[in-house]
Design a protein around this ligand. Structure first.
Ligand SMILES: Nc1ncnc2c1ncn2[C@@H]1O[C@H](COP(=O)(O)OP(=O)(O)OP(=O)(O)O)[C@@H](O)[C@H]1O
Ligand SMILES: [Mg+2]
Length: 133
C-alpha cells in the first residue's frame, strides 16, 4: 500500500496540486483515463469548496483495500463553518455563493462511496472512495 498524500488547501494553486496528486495516484493504482478524470474532478470540487467556504483545510489521497479489492480514498477536512443541512447541500443546484450548486452532488456521482459529516461551527469532513474494477 502506498503512503497517504496530504495537501493543505489555502490557495487556488493548492486546488490544482491536490487535483494533480489525485490523478497521478489514480493512474499509479491502475485506474483508466476516465476514472482518473472522475477522481480528479471530484477532488477539484471538494478542494474548491474548502477554499471557498472554510478558507483552509486539507485533502488526503490514499490507496485502500477491502475484500481483496483495491481503490482510492479521498478525505477532505476543514474546520470551517460547517453545513447545517446536509440533505439540502446534496441537492443539485443548491448554492450559497451563486455557484452552480453542482460540486457536492457531482462529486458524489463521480465516486462510488461518499460520506459527509459536518457540524455547524466545527467543520466538515468528506470521505469518498472509488474502487478499481
Ligand atoms: N466545506 C464546506 N464548508 C461549508 N459549507 C460548504 C462546504 N462545501 C460546500 N458547502 C456548502 O454547500 C453548498 C453546495 O456546495 P456545492 O459545491 O454543491 O455548490 P457550490 O460550491 O455552491 O457551487 P459549484 O460547486 O457548483 O460551483 C455551498 O454553496 C455551501 O453553502
Ligand atoms: Mg462547490
Amino acid at each position: 500500500m502506498g503512503q497517504a498524500k496530504a495537501s493543505v488547501i489555502r490557495s487556488d494553486l493548492d486546488i490544482v496540486i491536490a487535483r494533480t496528486i489525485a490523478r497521478d495516484t489514480a493512474r499509479s493504482l491502475g485506474f483508466g483515463a476516465i476514472d482518473q478524470a472522475r477522481i480528479a474532478t471530484a477532488v477539484s470540487e471538494l478542494a474548491r469548496n474548502i477554499f471557498l467556504y472554510a478558507g483552509t483545510g486539507s485533502v488526503t489521497v490514499c490507496e485502500i483495500e477491502r475484500n481483496g479489492r483495491r481503490g482510492l480514498e479521498i478525505m477532505c477536512e476543514d474546520q470551517g463553518p460547517g453545513i447545517a443541512n446536509i440533505d439540502l447541500v446534496m441537492q443539485d443546484g443548491y448554492s450559497t455563493s451563486r455557484g452552480m450548486g453542482m460540486g457536492l452532488p457531482g462529486a458524489k456521482r463521480l465516486m462510488d462511496e461518499f460520506d459527509i459529516r459536518s457540524q455547524e461551527g466545527q467543520g466538515t469532513t468528506i470521505t469518498c472512495r472509488k474502487w478499481r474494477i
